[in-house]
Design a binder for this molecule. Structure first.
Ligand code: GTR
Length: 336
């Protein structure tokens, strides 16, 4: 299924390549003749973000006639996400696919992406990301010396634990939930009534297994690909956040290219969003099936209101702090 989607996207892209290739030959930039970059990815090779990274790398090489080479390093080979963000600032990693929640530590206004229940659903979320609001956030990445290239889907984040299933916020009392570094999710978990521990993604499985934490929160594909469901087999679809994935490049890497090649990088990255979103849909469905087959208890909530109410105060506080973000979020609702 996955490869069919990729094939389709590659054919579409091929048509664009022919036109662009010609343009590239005609123009000429005063920048470096060729560059070779590294792209850091925390997920395994077959995860939708990684496949989109690879598509981006291949297309970029093709359309630049080999002037731009990108090697994708999956499985956190270049380090955990937070470390990679630091490495980018130091100039040792050029490209990075990361989750928006992690960026908050480097560009504080990105903490806004962690505001719980900010988006009504997938359509609203993508209206925002692909509109002026989403672009304005990408532009803010210049504060950390990076250029935001594209968003990828990451669905909604939900709670999972071992022991007793979570049916209402109160059930989190006395439970310790892992959250991503740099995010406001710790506060979300605490408002629900639990306690929160910040931990790198790669530590979560053993953290749950050894009882340091009782669970975590994530989307279905991550819950499955990390096999966290083996050690925390209760999933509650409370969907407290929709936090995008972002593909970024360091400004210093971008500066090595001619104007024309910079444009090419931007274009190919934007197209890779479509590749990733299609793969994402398939992955969510497959993950759901894997969880059902594994006998995981999936708690669907007819009404998420108790969870929404528990974080209403927090949401209001952050909405005050990030007013511009919330205005753009509101505006994206009207376009639905
Ligand atoms: C995933 C995301 C990863 C990572 C992870 C986490 O949804 O794709 O990049 O941030 O969550 O919880 O650490």
């Amino acid at each position: 299924m996955r490869s069919a989607a990729l094939r389709r996207m590659t054919t579409v892209a091929l048509a664009a390549t022919l036109g662009l290739g010609l343009a590239a030959c005609g123009g000429g930039g005063g920048a470096q003749e060729s560059v070779s970059w590294r792209l850091a990815e925390t997920h395994p090779g077959d995860y939708p973000t990684t496949q989109a990274d690879k598509w981006f790398a291949e297309e970029l090489s093709k359309r630049s006639d080999g002037r731009i080479t990108v090697e994708v390093y999956p499985d956190a080979q270049l380090g955990e996400e937070r470390d990679v963000l630091e490495q980018m600032q130091l100039g040792s990693v050029e490209l990075n696919r990361t989750n928006a929640n992690l960026v908050g530590e480097f560009v504080p206004s990105w903490k806004a992406y962690g505001i719980p229940y900010a988006f009504e659903g997938e359509e609203h979320f993508w209206n925002f990301l692909q509109g002026e609001g989403g672009q304005a956030k990408l532009d803010e990445l210049s504060e950390m010396g990076a250029v935001g290239l594209a968003y990828y889907d990451s669905g909604a984040r939900s709670l999972y634990t071992n022991g007793k299933p979570i049916e209402k916020p109160d059930d989190l009392a006395g439970r310790n939930i892992r959250v991503q570094p740099g995010s406001i999710t710790a506060e979300v978990v605490e408002e629900f009534g639990g306690s929160a521990t910040t931990m790198d993604f790669g530590e979560v499985y053993s953290g749950i297994e050894t009882g340091v934490i009782d669970g975590a929160e994530n989307n279905l594909p991550s819950y499955v690909s990390t096999r966290h469901y083996e050690v925390a087999d209760n999933l509650t679809l409370n969907e407290h956040q929709r936090v995008p994935e972002v593909l970024m490049i360091s400004q210093s890497a971008m500066d090595q290219l001619s104007e024309q090649d910079q444009q090419l990088v931007r274009e190919v990255a934007k197209e890779s969003t479509e590749v990733q979103r299609e793969l994402w849909q398939e992955e969510v469905a497959e993950s759901r099936k894997t969880l059902e087959d594994a006998g995981v208890t999936i708690t669907e909530l007819d009404d998420k209101k108790p969870f929404e109410d528990a974080v209403a105060g927090l949401k209001e506080r952050y909405a005050g702090q990030y007013g511009e973000f919330m205005d753009a979020v509101e505006a994206a609702k009207k376009q639905q």
